[in-house]
Every structure is written in structure tokens, then in C-alpha cells.
Write a protein that binds this ligand. Structure first.
Ligand code: 5GP
Length: 239
């Protein structure tokens, strides 16, 4: 697969065109950001760890019938993905209250949410990714009602799969963010699933094992992502 030219570069990943017009190379970089890009740092090996972590989770979800943009790993830090028409929307599911939910509504940190809570956010760093609902999505044309419903249903279906997946590794899937796009009219899971975009707590000690380690300066960020990978049975290559 030939890497031709960079089309976008985000806070942690870059996308390149290839000799196949509907396939892109997604490169995971070591750059790490928090607070809508206000805190930035490069962490050694993060690109490799997250690329392989994402591949493992995407392949697991595909084995459970979830359609994703992931095609295959190309190298330790690059994957081949389908080129999608992306929705400017972030889909969040929360199994425990923490983070922005607690700040916004004064909810007790760690409260179990049963049923899990679903929220849409607008993907816009300058606006601080504000909370939105179906009506904003429809009124402003960010997606049709049918596509918004499909994103919510898929995000909740993925939650059922991943809660059990992480439970096997003695981890609580606290919350996570997903993004979706369309490929030839079909809704596919896009972007990534890594500890950068979810919260994982050790089931016994409630130790944070995700990007909150970076956000809150807790240290050992990438070592901890690696430990999560190991618990899930991944063999992450750093050469
Ligand atoms: P919160 O709304 O509490 O900030 O985040 C809820 C969940 O979604 C967390 O797991 C968080 O990591 C993830 N999340 C929300 N927005 C973003 C984002 O813009 N980038 C990333 N990487 N994760 C996000």
C-alpha cells in the first residue's frame, strides 16, 4: 500500500491518501493532548501502543458483528482504514459518573449508572465540544434522525460487548467516546478505541488506567496502557 499525501492531521493521529481512492492510512503519533488541545506532550511509544490497541479492539468488535472502518495493521504505528464521510459528532456512553458529567450536574464521582447514560457532543475544540441533543443534530443538519438513532443504538450495543470484554481483564469500562462515518451508505464505527478515548478503572483498586493519568499528571501513562493491553491478551510490538 502506497502512502501518497497527508490529508489531515489531528491532535494524535494523521491521515494519508493511498493508491486506493477509498482507503486511507491512519498514523498514530506519540502526541498526546487533553482539555481540547490546551495540554500537549509527546509520550514515547504512544503511537505504537495505541495503534495496536485499537486494532485489537476493532477486530474484536468485528468478530461480534460490529462494522468498522478498520481494514488491517500496516506497521506498529499505522493502520489501513476505509475513507468515510464523518459526522461532526461524538457519542459518549457512561457506566459510571465521572469527568464532565460530574462537573456539569454535580453528580457524585463514581456513581453507577444503570441503565448506562448516552450523550451526544459536537466535535468542535474551539467550542469545547458542547453537549447537544437529537434536535440540534437535525436542525443544523449534522446528521439525519435515522443516522443519529443508528449512532446511539450502535454505541449502546458496543457498550454491552465492551463492558464484558474489559471485565474479563478485571477492568471497569467507566465511559468512552466513539465517532462514526458513512462508507457507501453504510454506518461504520470510525476513529479509534484506545485508553485515550475511554476511562478504565481497575475493578479492585479503582486505579485509573486511561488518559486521566495524563490529564491528572499521575505518571506512567503509556506503561499503564501497555498493562491494560497485556491483561486483554495483546502482544504489543515496540521495535
Ligand atoms: P468527558 O465528557 O467526561 O470529558 O468524557 C467522557 C469520555 O469520553 C471519556 O472517556 C473521554 O476520554 C472521552 N472523550 C470525550 N471527548 C473526547 C475527546 O474529544 N477526545 C478523546 N480522546 N476522548 C474524549
Amino acid at each position: 500500500m502506497e502512502k501518497i499525501s497527508q490529508i489531515t492531521t489531528g491532535k494524535a493521529k494523521s491521515l494519508y491518501t493511498t493508491n486506493e481512492p477509498d482507503q486511507l492510512i491512519m498514523e498514530f503519533r506519540d502526541d498526546t493532548s487533553a482539555f481540547d488541545g490546551k495540554k500537549m506532550e509527546a509520550l514515547d511509544n504512544k503511537g505504537k501502543v495505541n495503534n495496536q490497541f485499537n486494532a485489537f479492539v476493532m477486530e474484536f468488535l468485528a468478530s461480534k458483528g460490529i462494522e468498522t472502518h478498520f481494514i488491517k495493521l500496516l506497521s506498529n504505528h499505522e493502520s489501513l482504514v476505509y475513507k468515510l464521510e464523518m459526522f461532526p459528532i461524538e457519542c459518549v456512553v457512561r457506566n459510571r459518573a465521572t469527568g464532565s458529567l460530574c462537573k456539569r450536574l454535580g453528580i457524585e464521582d463514581g456513581l453507577i449508572l444503570d441503565p448506562p447514560l448516552f450523550e451526544f457532543f459536537l466535535k468542535d475544540d474551539e467550542l469545547g465540544d458542547p453537549l447537544i441533543n437529537d434536535h440540534h443534530i437535525e436542525s443544523f443538519g449534522w446528521a439525519t434522525q435515522e443516522d443519529a438513532d443508528a449512532m446511539r443504538d450502535l454505541t449502546l450495543e458496543i457498550n454491552d460487548i465492551l463492558v464484558d470484554f474489559f471485565k474479563e481483564a478485571n477492568l471497569i469500562l467507566v465511559d468512552y467516546k466513539l465517532e462514526f462515518g458513512k462508507f457507501q451508505g453504510k454506518m461504520l464505527l470510525a476513529d479509534e478505541f484506545t485508553p485515550d478515548g475511554c476511562r478504565l478503572w481497575d475493578k479492585d483498586t479503582l486505579t485509573k488506567m486511561d488518559k486521566d493519568r495524563f490529564r491528572q499528571d499521575l505518571g506512567n501513562v503509556i506503561e499503564t496502557y501497555g498493562e491494560v493491553g497485556e491483561r486483554l491478551g495483546m502482544k504489543i510490538k515496540l521495535d
